[in-house]
Design a protein around this ligand. Structure first.
Ligand code: BGC
Length: 747
């Protein structure tokens, strides 16, 4: 129904705008935390700067060694206690004690649930704040361009819209606690290989990500733009170069795009060691050198200021930008002192547990083998090292061949878990409580033990759970897309013996499932992702149906590794020649059938879709639209002057749970553009995770903003709305066969 408002309200239908309906920021906001507008904060920062001596100003542009990963010196005579910066996008990182190990960013993205994403960030924010940390070094929003990318688990998958929505709520969740969020790594840090490349003795230059203007705007800049709109206080520039210029001294990306076009008002700090020059970086937009031990900025800038190479106004601007977020979020008023080991963990395990289940994706479920039924499925056989605890403890620098449950990936994003619960222990507890017979082999190289477990005395028809994993870390990219420790052979060995084999994939990002996915005994496949400390109990909930899975893939799973069309560059240039045709956009364009589509995931129940309505967003009277706008607003929100985040169209439809159990679905809005826009066949521009009781219906409302219906016009350098027909598909994945409703509008 185009342009009309034919919406029939059934008695069972109630309007849902799930995000705003569920999120109650007040619940997460301490009323003592003063939040200011950017104008107020900048005025206060300028007043602060006006009281600094020249030397103090220069010094503040560089970090100093201290208790945190990065530190800004105090200025006691101005009652300023300095600033503490600490990782990570997944909780309070480094080697701190008493931190909750939250599910990884890729996992929360897989939940497609903004409400849970907000709550995760808010819970994390309380831990950062409680430990006196001023800047949290996340969100991480580099795109999963390369399936083997070592840091994919720290980000939000392969789609910029999905990454942008996640980044937006992460910023709000953290900053609502008075902690500054840091959007990283700016920009195009999509691989680890050669990020530190350099000739011996020189400052490493890093590989160069080379890309065109449209691709930059529509894919890689998009999530950063969402962070800026959310009001992010800090951005971290990356190790690599962009089109031949180091990211931290790149006038185009930092001054023109970020501070100019996006109207970003906060600071840019360097990644740890990513500054390659001093004066040139300051002129190129860098405000703060981290961790600051390279002597490139700080006092080293003073000669350049004195001789006029670096304008005094630029130094003032740098400090204003460093201090503005501090005032923006009220850190000048009663902020806790720094003690990164302070035990401020509340009951964050509860939300972490829920998120852990909410991000697990059911990929295959032949004959409804899952959920397990404690009356019928009384025998469970469990295989694989990834079922149990890692025998080296919780370590960031996990070697690829080491086994054990994988709660998160490695590197600076790693959170030292206060505790973490493995699947085997949780299944044992379930087995005790439900009177099950459990048998296990966690030495996955002991094929004799695995084969023998099926012979001799045993159950006639056990359900077999096979655990496989794939680890990755900052610092290197994966060697291949297969599980560690001959995981494919493990699955094949178990499947050869067990009629009801259930594979649990504990993986950082994409995996090649082809060696066993079509084996007739592999009945179910559950992607347990990067589940965090509550892994074991959260998995048990999903396996036994206490939690009905509803997560969806945030990348495509290809049949052949070469089908992705993009890969890690081994040279010092990474050429983004695929342009905007990344992941499902590429599979669509090239008509390649993957194993599982982006956005795909099953449930234990079924849904129907009906009554699509597409109407122009006009006026503020409409409740869904005003809720949409309301949920985005904070005093620190920074939509800039472009109007791009204003609603343009509202799409409504009715979703019904027609199955026998409660569950959730994620309707996804894919948009097809007029030819002028030169877009892929379809791009994601909306989604909502909707929870429905068995038999329940809800009317779902998705809002397209002006930006959502625009393309980046490289000629006039503006977001432009193309004239012509737009197609709206409401689907449950990027597979055209999963489209449930189709409509259109004309501009
Ligand atoms: C990483 C950043 C991190 C920083 C501080 C760098 O190696 O790339 O993501 O925030 O270290 O630990």
């Amino acid at each position: 129904m185009v342009g009309s408002r034919l919406v029939v309200f059934l008695t069972t239908v109630c309007v849902t705008f799930t995000f705003s309906a569920i999120i109650d920021p007040v619940q997460h906001q301490d009323s003592k935390i003063q939040r200011r507008t950017w104008d107020e904060a900048i005025a206060m920062a300028k007043a602060f700067v006006s009281q600094l001596t020249f030397d103090e100003k220069c010094n503040m542009t560089s970090g100093v060694v201290g208790p945190c990963a990065g530190n800004v010196l105090p200025v006691p005579r101005l009652n300023f206690n300095g600033l503490c910066f600490k990782d990570s996008p997944n909780g309070v990182g480094g080697s701190t004690l008493h931190s909750t190990d939250f599910s990884g960013a890729i996992h929360i993205a897989a939940s497609w649930d903004r409400d849970l994403a907000y709550k995760r960030a808010a819970a994390m924010g309380t831990e950062f704040r409680g430990k006196g940390i001023h800047f949290a070094l996340g969100p991480m929003m580099n795109i999963d361009r390369n399936a083997r990318g070592g840091r994919n688990w720290e980000g939000y998958g392969s789609d910029p819209y999905l990454a942008g929505e996640n980044a937006f709520v992460f910023v709000q969740g953290v900053q609502d606690q008075g902690v500054v969020a840091t959007a990283k790594h700016y920009i195009c840090n999509e691989q680890e290989t050669n990020r530190l490349y350099g000739t011996s003795g020189s400052i490493p230059k890093g590989y160069s990500a080379n890309l065109d203007d449209k691709t930059m705007h529509e894919i890689y800049l998009w999530p950063f733009a969402s962070s800026v709109a959310a009001g992010v206080g800090s951005v971290m520039c990356s190790f690599n170069q962009n089109n031949g210029t180091p990211a931290c001294q790149n006038d185009k990306t930092q001054n023109s795009l970020l501070k100019g076009e996006l109207e970003y008002l906060g600071n840019i700090m360097s990644d740890w060691g990513a500054t390659k020059t001093g004066v040139q970086s300051a002129l190129g937009g860098l405000d703060m050198d981290m961790p600051g031990d390279d002597g490139l900025m700080g006092y080293a800038l003073s000669p350049a200021v004195k001789n006029g190479t670096l304008p005094q106004t630029r130094i003032d601007d740098m400090i204003t930008r460093i201090m503005a977020p501090y005032y923006l979020l009220g850190q000048d008023q009663g902020y806790p002192s720094v003690d990164t080991d302070r035990n401020v963990v509340q009951d964050d395990d509860k939300i972490n547990h829920l998120i852990s289940s909410a991000g697990m994706i059911l990929l295959k479920n032949t004959n409804n083998v899952l959920p397990l039924n404690t009356t019928l499925d009384t025998c469970l056989y469990i295989y694989g090292a990834a079922a149990g605890q890692p025998d080296i403890g919780f370590r960031s620098g996990f070697l690829p061949q080491q086994g054990g449950a994988l709660y998160e990936g490695g590197g600076s994003g790693f959170v030292n878990p206060a505790y973490a619960l493995d699947p085997l222990s949780a299944l044992m507890i379930k087995g005790r409580d439900a009177h099950l017979q459990i048998r296990y082999v966690t030495n996955q190289y002991d094929y004799n033990a695995i084969n023998e477990s099926f012979h001799g005395r045993g159950c006639a028809n056990p359900k077999c759970l096979v655990f496989i994993s794939a680890h990755s870390s900052e610092g290197y990219d994966r060697f291949d897309l297969h599980p560690i420790g001959s995981g494919d052979k493990l699955v094949q060995t178990v499947a050869a013996n067990c009629l009801n084999t259930i594979v649990i994939i504990n993986s950082v990002s994409q995996l090649n499932l082809e060696p066993w996915i079509d084996h007739p005994n592999v009945k179910s496949v559950l992607w347990s992702g990067m589940p965090g400390a509550e892994y074991g109990p959260a998995l048990v909930d999903v396996l036994f149906g206490d939690y009905n899975p509803g997560a969806k893939l945030v990348f495509t799973l290809a049949k052949n590794d070469s089908d992705y069309g993009t890969d890690i560059s081994k040279t010092y240039d990474s050429n983004y020649t695929e342009g905007v045709f990344l992941d499902y956009r590429h599979f669509d364009q090239q008509k390649i059938t993957p194993r599982y589509y982006f956005g795909y995931g099953l449930s234990y129940t079924n849904f129907t879709f009906s009554q699509l309505d597409i109407s122009k967003a006009s006026g503020n009277g409409h409740s869904a639209l005003s809720q949409f706008q309301h949920r985005q607003m904070r005093p620190y929100t920074n939509f800039g002057s472009s109007g791009l985040y204003e609603p343009a169209y509202e799409i409504t439809f009715t979703l019904t749970n027609v199955g026998k159990v409660n569950g959730s679905e994620v309707p996804q809005l894919y948009l097809g553009f007029p030819a002028e826009a030169q877009e892929p066949p379809k791009v994601l521009r909306g989604f909502e995770r909707v929870y429905l009781a068995a038999g329940e219906s809800k009317q779902v409302s998705l809002v397209l903003t002006q930006k959502d219906i625009s393309y980046w016009n490289v000629v006039n350098q503006k977001w432009t709305i193309a004239s012509g027909d737009y197609t709206v598909w409401i689907s449950t994945s990027a597979n055209n066969a999963d489209v449930k409703l189709q409509g259109s509008f004309h501009i």
